[in-house]
Structure formats: structure tokens, C-alpha cells
Design a protein around this ligand. Structure first.
Ligand SMILES: Nc1ncnc2c1ncn2[C@@H]1O[C@H](COP(=O)(O)OP(=O)(O)OP(=O)(O)O)[C@@H](O)[C@H]1O
Ligand SMILES: [Mg+2]
Length: 640
């Protein structure tokens, strides 16, 4: 006798349901997505006991006709697609006709629904997948779904639920993200009767970020927008010094759908490399819009993953969108005093006359000399203080003078008027010729611990980590030079052999031309079942080991779609420069001539070619922070 059974309808349904809903958070996600598909402009989500005893989602969407309600909870019942052809360009969040069936089969569910044009609504009640009653009710236009006793009919699954607080946190993560995906929908979220957040539905993403992630994230969010090659990337990403220890706040939507996309997350993180410490992650809320035909949403049972027809185009679009947003952002982190926002009594009277007059707080003449002699290392005291007060910046053309020698080959040699990096002052003047353009006025007050340079501007005092600042200046210069450098190849006497697994062979066939344009020359070698590549020329700047590493990094990044040839090779060259920049930079804790410090400040306080200021060293540590003068005044009770 045969051993194979065809499972009964109920068991088959339960198995299918398990793929769609595995915890309260997945139920909430499905219900919210249904409300969005129904065109709702306001949705209320409420849970009790982590969503295990109650989930209620109320919307003001299109509602369902009385006849449709019993059908809605059947498997494969959907109003969103009709035929297989529709699967190729899905414009709604739902399309499988599975969600309500799955939820209904594992809970007690009640659905109240009324299209606005109908006078009366319909109530459908259902237990463990069986309809127990359908009746006419008076209810608001739209739909309310009430799910009670989740998994009461599936004890095996219920056992796996975590503590209520943990389940509630997972639900919150879903509601937050979906709220962020639709700033145009007002979402109210309650846990055990307490309102967690309300979004206005006004359509402003920043306002929604404020409601959901709080003030700090909203204030430190940088807008992202880039539309190119059929891909539009929009949203927000955090200033580099606001980061988290996990990826929970990297929120990604594709055509408005909440997804987990390795490609997109890798692109975001790559843009932050050299801006935030390793193992730290930014706060990002990004929507990637692509032609629906270029993305397959039907690849994951819970619709959480998508597949792009060309992952690399998506990677590059996101990478460059985030990168240019980061480059255009200007402010440095500000150090605030505790309680600085609280006005002091009598502050008004204490405010000095003409507090706004720049002269009243510029330290000049003797005062500056006294301060300088207190801070500046002994060997630089001979420097005339006027050299320290900076009212000009290097002449155009000189500005890009390479800051260090002896580090990496990419730094042009022969710059005479730069500090000899990494060595103490050798007495040479390092002040560049004054230039006429747009001078940032500042005074170097001195240096604390031979490490932190204290710089006074009209409206703020800035503390600069001289090593970190110099490191970033050198690093940026090296990167610029590397980008400008011609991609020359050096021929190898003996070729490098690299094993290539089968799937990477395809990549090589597709991207061989681009890889060659970096300076590689190679040919495939078939050796029985083993496939390898023989590399006969490598980019000029690399040695054999580095070239091998770059080649294999490119292959693996291209194969798993976490980079394109240009972005992956740029990242590789940059990572090599980290080390050299660090070695070449002046060292914290060591004395250097004031001229060297000025040289660094000159470059630190001007905007670079991309219009941004330097914020972090290449390892992601901050280079400078500032204290607003108003903050200091407030602290002394001089200003309200
Ligand atoms: N809140 C709602 N307002 C109006 N109609 C709804 C609502 N929720 C569900 N429906 C109707 O019920 C149908 C079934 O919903 P269900 O979530 O099971 O499937 P789906 O959304 O079509 O696909 P998926 O399984 O991918 O979510 C929907 O196609 C829609 O017509
Ligand atoms: Mg649905």
C-alpha cells in the first residue's frame, strides 16, 4: 500500500497560513497593507497583550460589498489581480488573496465593512476559518478587522510566541515603518489603550519621521532625492554622527512596499563608509521607485523580499543618492549644555550691550597673545599672532595642494609649503599665499592636550581633533587624485591565478569589459572541472596581492549584487587609502608648529568642491564639534 496521503483541506490551509502569518506583527502588516490598498486616508491600529489577545485595524477605505465579505476570507480570493499576466506589474501591496484566509484560519476574526455609498454595513464573524455568521450592521464607512485569540487553534504556533512586550515591539516596528512609507495617510497606533504615536497624514515625510522616530532623528535627517535611469530614490538619511548599533532603523521601501533588501542596505552602508564607525548603521528611510515590471514582488511568502531585474542599477542609484545627500549636508555636530534650552531668570538684564556686534567678542591684540602663549606649544610661540588670525584662504589652485608627503604614491610630491606630515615642526613656513575669496574669519585660540585645537568664530567655538582633521584632508585629497589618475595597467611577469566558482564565471562574462577598464587583463582557464582566471596585467597602483584581492572582491560583490564595478573598486581603493592617510597625518598628543595647525584649519573650515564641510575622519570619528556662542551666553545667564 502506498504511503503518500493527500492532506485534508484544513491541514493544508493551516500549513499555508503559517507561511503568511507567524506572529502578531505579520498579521498587523497584512491588515495595514489591506487598508492602504483600500485607499484609506486614516487608519487606527490597536493591539492588546502584544497583539495576541486583540488586534484591531480600522480604516476609512473603500469598504467591501456584503457579497464580497465571505469571499474575502477564502484562499486565493483577491480583487487585486485577475490573471497571470497581472503578476508581471503589481501595483498594489496585496495580490495573493492569502492574507485574510490565513489570519481567519488561526484566530477568531470579525470584519465590519461598509462602502461609503451603502447605508448599512456587513459584519462577518469567523472562527478558525469557518464563517459563524454574516449580518447587517450599522458601522462607519470603511473596514474594521478585529482579530482575537491569535493561534488559539494552533497551539504549536502559539507556544512559540514571545513575551507580550517582545511581540508588541515587533508590531510597533511594522506600524512605524508602514507609517513612514505613507506620510499621506494618518496613522494612529495604540498599545493596551495607550496612544504610541499619531501621524498627521499631511504628506510630509520629515513630519512623519518626527512623529515616529522622534525629534532627534527628524532634526538630523538629510533629504535624499535622485532620479536617474528610471530609478527614483527619495526619503531621508541621518547625519553621519547619528548612528545605531543595528540595522533596525534602515527602513527601505520599494514602490512603497516595506521590504528587506540586501542590495539597498549594502548601498546605503557603503555610502556611509568612512563617515561612521564600522559596525554602526545609519538611520535611513528610503523609497526606491522603479518600473513595476523591473521588480518581482512575488518571491517571498510574506512579500518581504523583492527581486530586481538589474540589482546593480539599484545599488548604484541608492549609493549615489545617499552619497550626494551626505556630501551636500553642511552643519557640524553641536555640543549643547544641559538645560541650555531653559531660559535663565534675569538673563535679559545681564545681556551685554551690542552682544551682536562682532567686535565685542573677538579676542584681539594682547588678549589673543596671552591666550596663545598659554595654549600654543613652546616652539611655536615665536609665531606672530597675526598669522594665526585667519582672514583669508589659500589662493585658488593652491587650495588643493597636497597636504602630506611620504604617505601614499597618489599624493603628488614636491609641495613645499605643507607641513611635513607626521613629523614635528621643522621651522618652515607653511602658510599658503592669501587668496581673495570668501574668507571664513576665525581665531585659533590654542590647543588643549596637544590634541584639540580651539577655534573661535563669530558665533561659535569649535574644537578640532587635529589628527582626525588632517587625516580626512589627506584622505580626500588622495581619493581625488586616485579618481583623476589614469587607469594604467602594469604587465605581470608571471600571471596571477584566481579560482572562479561557477556562478562567478557568469559575472565575469557579463562584467569583463568593465573590470578590464580598471587596468586588469585576464583570460579564462578551463582545467577539467576547475575553472580559473589567469590575470596578466593589473592596475598600476596595486601590488600582486592587492590586485588579487580587488579582483576577487569585485567578483563576489558583483555576483551577490552588493556593488557595481565602479562603486566596489572605488570602495576598495578608498579602504587602502585609510591606512596611508592615518600614517601621514599629524599625531594627536604631539606638538606641531602653529603654522601646521593653521594649514589644517584653513582646509577644514572651507567647503569642499562638493559644497560640504568635513565632519568625520576616514574611520568615521568626528573631526570637530562646536559650541554655539548663544549656548555659552545662556549658560552664563547673559541670554534668554
Ligand atoms: N481593509 C479592506 N478594505 C477593503 N477591502 C479589503 C480590505 N481588506 C481586504 N479587502 C478585500 O479582501 C480581499 C482579500 O484580502 P487579502 O488580504 O486576503 O488578499 P489580498 O490583499 O488581495 O492579497 P494578499 O494575500 O497578498 O494580501 C482583497 O483583495 C480586498 O478586495
Ligand atoms: Mg492583503
Amino acid at each position: 500500500m502506498g504511503k503518500i496521503n493527500v492532506l485534508g483541506f484544513d491541514v493544508a490551509n493551516l500549513i499555508a497560513a503559517g507561511e503568511v502569518v507567524d506572529r502578531p506583527a505579520s498579521v498587523v502588516k497584512e491588515l495595514l497593507e489591506n487598508s492602504i490598498d483600500a485607499g484609506a486616508s486614516a487608519v487606527t491600529v490597536e493591539i492588546q497583550n502584544g497583539g495576541v489577545t486583540l488586534i484591531r485595524v480600522t480604516d476609512d477605505g473603500c469598504g467591501m460589498e456584503p457579497d464580497d465579505l465571505p469571499v474575502a476570507i477564502l484562499r486565493h480570493a483577491t480583487s487585486k489581480i485577475r490573471s497571470a499576466a497581472d503578476l508581471s506589474a503589481i501595483g498594489t501591496l496585496g495580490f495573493r488573496g492569502e492574507a485574510l484566509a490565513a489570519i481567519a484560519s488561526v484566530s477568531r476574526i470579525r470584519i465590519f465593512s461598509r462602502p461609503a455609498a451603502n447605508e448599512m454595513g456587513t459584519l462577518l464573524e469567523c472562527e478558525a476559518g469557518r464563517v459563524t455568521s454574516v449580518s447587517e450592521v450599522g458601522c462607519a464607512a470603511g473596514t474594521t478587522v478585529v482579530v482575537e485569540d491569535l493561534f488559539y487553534s494552533v497551539p504549536a504556533r502559539r507556544k512559540f510566541l514571545k513575551r507580550d512586550a517582545t511581540e508588541a515591539a515587533a508590531v510597533s516596528a511594522v506600524v512605524e515603518r508602514i507609517a513612514l512609507s505613507r506620510p499621506d495617510i494618518g496613522i494612529k497606533y495604540l498599545i493596551d489603550g495607550q496612544v504610541r504615536f499619531i501621524t498627521t497624514g499631511g504628506g510630509d515625510l520629515k513630519e512623519t519621521v518626527y512623529s515616529v522616530f522622534g525629534r532627534e532623528c527628524a532634526n538630523r535627517a538629510i533629504s535624499v532625492f535622485r532620479a536617474d535611469g528610471g530609478v527614483t530614490v527619495s526619503g531621508f538619511t541621518s547625519e553621519p554622527d547619528l548612528y545605531k548599533s543595528n540595522r533596525n532603523m534602515e527602513v527601505v521601501f520599494v514602490n512603497g512596499r516595506l521590504v528587506k533588501s540586501r542590495t539597498i542596505m549594502a548601498a546605503i552602508e557603503q555610502a556611509y563608509r568612512s563617515r561612521i564607525p564600522s559596525e554602526k548603521y545609519p538611520v535611513s528611510v528610503l523609497n526606491v521607485e522603479v518600473n513595476p515590471e523591473a521588480v518581482d514582488v512575488n518571491v517571498h511568502p510574506a512579500k518581504l523580499e523583492v527581486k530586481f531585474s538589474d540589482e546593480k542599477v539599484i545599488f548604484d542609484s541608492v549609493y549615489y543618492a545617499v552619497l550626494s545627500a551626505l556630501q551636500s549636508e553642511v552643519a557640524r555636530p553641536e555640543l549643547r549644555f544641559r538645560g541650555a534650552d531653559v531660559p535663565c531668570e534675569g538673563a535679559e538684564e545681564a545681556k551685554p550691550d551690542g552682544a551682536k556686534d562682532k567686535g565685542s567678542f573677538w579676542i584681539d591684540g594682547d588678549e589673543a597673545r596671552r591666550l596663545l602663549s598659554a595654549f600654543v606649544p613652546a616652539d611655536t610661540k615665536k609665531t606672530r599672532w597675526e598669522q594665526v588670525r585667519i582672514t583669508d584662504r589659500p589662493a585658488p589652485g593652491k587650495e588643493d595642494a597636497p597636504p602630506a608627503r611620504g604617505g601614499e604614491g597618489t599624493v603628488a610630491a614636491g609641495a613645499e609649503n605643507v607641513p611635513p606630515a607626521g613629523t614635528p615642526d621643522d621651522g618652515r613656513s607653511v602658510i599658503s599665499d592669501p587668496g581673495p575669496v570668501d574668507p571664513p574669519e576665525y581665531v585659533i585660540l590654542g590647543e588643549a592636550y596637544n590634541c584639540y585645537v580651539i577655534v573661535q568664530f563669530e558665533d561659535r567655538i569649535t574644537f578640532v581633533d587635529k589628527h582626525a582633521a588632517h587625516e580626512r584632508i589627506i584622505f580626500d585629497e588622495m581619493c581625488r587624485n586616485a579618481r583623476r589618475a589614469e587607469k594604467n595597467a602594469q604587465l605581470l611577469l608571471s600571471p596571477i591565478r584566481v579560482d572562479v566558482p561557477g556562478y562567478e564565471g557568469e559575472t565575469l562574462a557579463d562584467y569583463g569589459g568593465e573590470i578590464r577598464s580598471l587596468g586588469f587583463e585576464f583570460s579564462s582557464v578551463e582545467d577539467g572541472t576547475r575553472r580559473s582566471v589567469s590575470i596578466t596585467a593589473i592596475p598600476e597602483q596595486l601590488d600582486r596581492d592587492e590586485a588579487r584581492e580587488l579582483f576577487t572582491t569585485l567578483l563576489s560583490k558583483l555576483s551577490d549584487s552588493t556593488g557595481s564595478v565602479s562603486s566596489a573598486s572605488a570602495a576598495y581603493f578608498e579602504s587602502r587609502l585609510f591606512q596611508s592617510a592615518c600614517k601621514a597625518a599629524v599625531k594627536g598628543g604631539r606638538k606641531y608648529g602653529i603654522e601646521h595647525i593653521k594649514w589644517i584649519c584653513d582646509r577644514l573650515f572651507v567647503k569642499n568642491g562638493e559644497g560640504s564641510v568635513i565632519r568625520t575622519c576616514p574611520h568615521g570619528r568626528p573631526v570637530a564639534f562646536e559650541i554655539k556662542r548663544s549656548s555659552i551666553d545662556r549658560q552664563f545667564g547673559r541670554l534668554e
